[in-house]
Design a protein around this ligand. Structure first.
Ligand SMILES: *Cc1c(COP(=O)(O)O)cnc(C)c1O
Length: 375
């Protein structure tokens, strides 16, 4: 069954014969001996070298990659980890799994990424790590964040789930800090359905994470379990899909940027709107086409989405501040601290930007947005 012609696709992949061929090959041939992990090893090594990293570990998803990493770093009870208040819960779930405390930093009004000033203010002697997020393809101010972490001996981690293919001062997202994680969820720019990747350079940390990924097996003695750990192994068929998608990364990112640029063009004359930020220092891979509706319109994100839905067009809310969610009770004080996060999140939406969306559909969405904002 395929998508109804009238239905505007919100988020999702582009799948071609290349993906079908790779997955078919894995399905037919990828079960015995060296073949069982052929695509996993291929995808891991090409992904690491593309990002200039020494090691890669594919995982069932990005949330598990981050959990694996934080565990490998020895983060646990009593430790604090700074994360941006506006991100997907996957950025912070691992911190909570390990009983460490997430500390929510504010975002910047233009990039919607973690504010270095807010990080400075949030650091205590318990701070063990800072997780930065390339929100919707935007890039954080990596120079400042790296300098802050470096000078205080705090581990910098890049959650590049949404910023694959983005660059900061020419350097690829996912190449910064001690380690980085990626998501290949169905809705991400490069997909394996479910899937994730951990990239890192430190050999000891790699060995520890490798061990933690597969039930704490002895590396030398069969079925000899040393510790009860995670079971976060990747599957060859997913990796085959990842390998084929990776071969098309430039094309996929190119289309994402084109979608954003079409929205910008169609809505260029409307005042008081902002889209994904792309200063000169940033190449933005535009995972989502995100629209912040200026205060002058007096519309919040849910009103906007409801009005769009009535006109047959889907949209999604900008991430809620994590500190405002039922999952993170007792964090009411952040509302007065993370002013930008609460303000931007209240009036921003993601526009349909599936990789299969047509130019005609983007035009239709833009007309609907215009109709609502001009009313
Ligand atoms: C999608 C996403 C994740 C989680 O990815 P999964 O593969 O679904 O676990 C983590 N962080 C960010 C910023 C994401 O967008």
């Amino acid at each position: 069954m395929s998508l109804h012609a009238d239905e505007i696709p919100m988020a999702g992949p582009s799948i071609t014969d290349a993906e079908v061929a790779a997955v078919t090959d894995a399905l037919k041939n990828g079960w015995y001996g060296k073949e069982a992990y052929h695509y996993v090893e291929l995808f891991e090594s090409e992904f690491a070298s593309f990002h200039g990293r020494r090691y890669a570990l594919m995982t069932p998803n990005c949330t598990s990659a981050l959990h694996l990493l934080l565990n490998g770093l020895g983060i646990g009870e009593g430790d604090e980890v700074i994360v941006p208040d506006c991100t997907w819960v996957g950025s912070v779930a691992g911190v909570v799994y390990l009983k460490a405390k997430p500390v929510f930093g504010d975002i910047q009004s233009d990039s919607w990424c973690l504010d270095p000033v807010s990080v400075m203010a949030a650091i205590t002697d318990k701070t063990k790590a800072v997780i930065v997020v390339g929100l919707y393809g935007n890039m954080p101010e990596m120079d400042k964040l790296a300098a802050i972490c470096h000078s205080r001996d705090i581990v910098l981690i890049e959650d590049a789930a949404e910023s694959i293919g983005s660059r900061y001062k020419g350097r690829l997202s996912g190449s910064f800090g001690k380690a980085s994680v990626f998501s290949f969820h169905r809705t991400k720019t490069l997909t394996t359905g479910e899937g994730g990747m951990l990239l890192l350079d430190d050999e000891d940390l790699f060995k520890r994470c490798h061990f933690l990924r597969d039930h704490g097996r002895s590396p030398t003695k069969a079925f000899y379990t040393m510790e009860v750990t995670h079971k976060y192994m990747p599957f060859n068929m997913q990796a085959a899909l990842g390998h084929a998608q990776f071969g098309r990364l430039q094309e996929l990112v190119g289309r994402k940027r084109e979608i954003l640029s079409l929205y910008r063009q169609h809505l260029a004359d409307l005042p008081d709107l902002s889209f994904n930020f792309e200063p000169e220092s940033v190449f933005n891979s535009a995972w989502m086409s995100t629209l912040v509706v200026g205060k002058s319109y007096g519309l919040d994100k849910l009103q906007m989405i409801e009005q769009m839905a009535k006109l047959g067009v889907p949209a999604r809310p900008f991430f809620y501040p994590l500190s405002s969610l039922p999952a993170f009770p007792g964090n009411e004080a952040y509302q007065a601290k993370n002013l930008i996060a609460y303000d931007v999140s209240a009036r921003a939406i993601n526009l349909p930007c599936a990789l299969v969306i047509t130019d005609e559909q983007i035009k239709r969405v833009s007309q609907v947005v215009r109709k609502i904002l001009e009313a």
